[in-house]
Write a protein that binds this ligand. Structure first.
Ligand code: AHR
Length: 307
């Protein structure tokens, strides 16, 4: 919902520049790098002092970074939680220190949702549903199709949501058979390795690959080509993010559909930070509106893509 909520308010900062501690989850994907750049440049533009740390995909390190922000008495903390669970304790520590926390891009699951002040990011489950809905409509006739799924980071909000939304729609259509679902980590290297494994295990039976992000899809394309099949033709590929690299592959028909996930959250995050400093209540959820691209529309979009 969009209801305003009463999370921890920001302490008065007496006109000093606001200090924001940002604990980024990693550098796993093109999306992530665009997200980091967006946060860094928006902070600079808005005169917000940014303390930036990168956990390189370790939840333990991310927790340590949040603790160091608490020790350094920042005005506000933002982070992209690696996984959905495991945050109750450190979020409680931030609250006890009177520091508001904004969840950027990924949401957490905690019994007490007043532990954070706001969430901004995408509706991952809806991304999965839209990917599947496109498939259901695009495929004609009633022959069967074998689907392989390359999941993102285990336990992360985008992997959970994208899997659930996709399953929800496809389970109602008997033409689609789920051949295998592999756990990955949103990197291109892992996407390639998992696709090699899928081809070893299922070979030409595979009809469709659903990758949870572009980097894994781009890795899968390499594996499929090395195996001697044509990605986008003999094996269809669907992914999520819509980075320039994926739109390029899409525009030449090596990918079939890309659902957009927008990483440019920096300006919105800085606005939320300023609103908090001004004592305003934030909406508890700020969900990004997003599109979807096919080979035709990818060609048009490539000219103005920023990430
Ligand atoms: O949380 C967003 C996801 O994280 C992106 O879709 C993926 O590319 C990134 O690593």
């Amino acid at each position: 919902g969009t209801a305003a909520r009463a999370g921890t308010p920001m302490k008065p900062n007496d006109g000093r520049p606001i200090r924001l501690g940002f604990a980024q989850v990693g550098t796993e994907s093109g999306w992530r790098i665009a997200n980091t750049n967006s946060v860094v440049s928006a902070a600079r533009n808005e005169g917000i002092e940014l303390l930036y740390e990168n956990a390189e995909q370790s939840q333990e390190r991310q927790i340590e970074m949040i603790r160091s922000f608490i020790r350094r008495k920042v005005d506000v903390i933002a982070f992209s939680p690696k996984t959905e669970s495991g945050w109750d304790e450190v979020l409680g520590e931030a609250r006890a220190a009177g520091i508001p926390v904004i969840l950027s891009d990924r949401e957490v699951k905690a019994a007490d949702d007043t532990l954070w002040t706001a969430y901004m990011g995408s509706d991952f489950r809806d991304e999965g549903r839209r990917a599947a809905n496109w498939l259901v409509q695009e495929v004609s006739g009633d022959r069967g199709y074998n689907v392989v799924e390359l999941q993102g980071t285990s336990g992360s909000a985008p992997a959970i949501g994208r899997k659930r939304g996709f399953d929800e729609v496809l389970s109602g259509d008997r033409r689609f058979h789920r051949l295998a679902s592999y756990e990955g980590d949103f990197t291109k290297a892992k996407g390639r390795a998992l696709m090699e494994q899928a081809l070893r295990e299922h070979g030409r039976e595979i009809g469709i690959v659903y990758a949870h992000n572009d980097d894994m899809a781009l890795g899968a394309i390499e594996a499929i080509e090395a195996y001697g099949l044509r990605p986008g033709k003999e094996i269809w590929i669907i992914s999520v993010d819509a980075t320039r690299a994926a739109l390029k592959a899409l525009s030449i028909g090596k990918l079939n559909l890309v659902v957009e996930c927008n990483p440019l959250l920096g300006p919105q995050l800085m606005k939320a930070v300023k609103d908090l400093a001004a004592g305003k209540e934030l909406p508890m959820k700020i969900v990004t509106a997003e599109g979807m691209f096919t080979p035709q529309s990818a060609k048009v979009e490539l000219g103005n893509r920023e990430f």
